[in-house]
Design a protein around this ligand. Structure first.
Ligand code: 3PG
Length: 223
């Protein structure tokens, strides 16, 4: 694992759940982020799926000291550079391309590439990525699939994302190759639209309590 990736692994190991957020405005994103941080979920992924996403990352990075904000759904080298420019502390992609990996390797901001099959995992391990997003977690096989990767791919640790909810979360977090999980269930659309930040803090508190101590399990392989 490269030094930036080891740092990212250590960051992800501090939280059971990374909220994955697609938000339309800074005005909504700031109180939402504060509500999640207040509930004990400071590591946030803002997906580049809305026109306001970069502005939102810049605002959270500048205004909410306790938050650690990353950029998600990063598909191109240009988006990677944009995310770094506005202050993203980490970058997440549903997959990985050679062009994205080249930019990531030249950046001090760590990359969490996505993988959904054994061959994708193996290719990323070859390039030094031992900490991966498993996406889309539920459609790709869920807990049973990840469990099946433990023995043959012991060097790979995952942040599964996609289709996970409060009921499914404990099954993932119990796996030895799961560092943390990602999901949008802690920020439901209706609560966000209603500005019901107290409800979001309650969901975050429940998610944060899924694991109270940093994950103990296989350590990332050395350099
Ligand atoms: C992601 O971008 O990681 C996922 O779309 C989030 O998945 P979810 O909305 O099913 O939690």
């Amino acid at each position: 694992m490269s030094a930036p990736q080891a740092g990212l692994h250590d960051l992800l190991a501090t939280t059971p759940v990374v909220p994955v957020l697609a938000i339309d405005s800074v005005g909504t994103a700031l109180p939402l982020a504060r509500a999640l941080v207040a509930g004990g979920l400071p590591v946030l992924e803002i997906t580049l799926r809305t026109p306001a996403a970069l502005e939102i990352i810049r605002a959270i990075a500048g205004e909410i000291e306790a938050a650690v904000v990353g950029a998600g759904t990063v598909l191109t080298p240009e988006q990677y550079r944009d995310a770094v420019r506005v202050g993203a502390r980490f970058v997440v992609s549903p997959g990985a391309t050679p062009a994205l990996l080249d930019v990531a390797e030249a950046s001090s901001v760590p990359f969490l590439p996505g993988a959904g099959t054994s061959s994708e995992v193996m290719r990323l391990l070859e390039r030094g990525y031992g900490c991966l997003k498993f996406f889309p977690a539920e459609p790709a096989g869920g807990v049973a699939y990840l469990q099946a990767l433990v023995a043959p791919l012991p060097g790979a640790l995952f942040c599964p994302t996609g289709g996970i909810n409060a009921a499914r979360a404990p099954g993932y977090l119990a796996l030895p190759n799961v560092v943390c999980i990602g999901g949008s269930w802690v920020a439901p659309r209706d609560a966000v639209a209603a500005g019901d930040w107290a409800a979001i803090t309650r969901l975050a508190l429940a998610a944060a309590a899924l694991r109270s101590a940093p994950k103990a399990g296989p350590q990332p392989p050395g350099p």
